[in-house]
Design a protein around this ligand. Sequence first.
Ligand code: NAD
Length: 264
Amino acid sequence: MGEPMRIGIIGGGGWLGRAIAEAVIDAQIVSAEHLSLSYRSGQPGFLPSARWTSDNQKLADRSDVIIVSVRPQDWPAIDISAHGKLVLSVMAGIPLDQLAGRLKTDRVVRTLPNAAAEVRTSYTPWIGSQGITADDRNAVRRILEACGAADEVKSEADIDYLTGLTGSGPAFPALLAAAMMDDAVSRGISPDIARRSVSAVLIGTGKLLEARKDNPKDIVQTFLDYRGTTAAAIEAMRAAGFEAAVRDGLAAALQKSVSMGQAS
Ligand SMILES: NC(=O)c1ccc[n+]([C@@H]2O[C@H](COP(=O)([O-])OP(=O)(O)OC[C@H]3O[C@@H](n4cnc5c(N)ncnc54)[C@H](O)[C@@H]3O)[C@@H](O)[C@H]2O)c1
């Protein structure tokens, strides 16, 4: 694409839509004058120099790439023609054939970022339809990599599974952090110290995993081999069903992702 890219985000006022809008502006993939954002009721206060509208067809007509970022339950109401345009969906559960059919374009891409897009550290799997071109693939990579890391995957079944593993993923360490904080506070640690210490543990562990590249299983085994406090905690957590809880949670997310596609 020699011309500057024109991007439109349907649902650009929402959590993920805003994160993507700010990421593509920061990465200089698009200028504010070429970024269209739509809202349903009331223009949000951020990115005032972008082109805000409540008319999704207008947004589509003035964009080369259209990103659909409404909740899956709001997707049936999106009635626009994106004929000849590249469309990226970030919606959980909505399959490629539905996107192509309803939006009337054969250039569609199903992606699943996560909440860490807000701080440019999403992990985003994606898959395109047969109709996407080499230029489209480059545009998709640029947009998604502005939000963090991205991988093209080989099947929509992979996206369904990763919707839970990585799309919902930030919720799981957050759940652990909340449980750790509650325990700390219940034992008399001040809420400020509990928050700072638990955040530091999560951030530090993420960096450690990234730097060492070991299988996390090996890191857990090293802790177990000390036969100290960590081993005592891990064994008690496992006895309480830690691994089964994770397995059941991921299975529930997969089932929900598949059922959302069937329901819409
Ligand atoms: N937030 C996440 O962590 C996350 C992660 C991965 C995927 N997703 C997917 O991203 C999509 C958006 O999620 P979100 O968390 O940003 O939700 P959100 O509710 O914060 O944002 C959705 C926005 O779409 C707007 N909207 C609804 N119908 C509209 C219409 N017809 N025209 C214009 N705007 C309209 C809503 O007013 C809202 O501002 C969902 O489909 C979700 O599955 C979200």
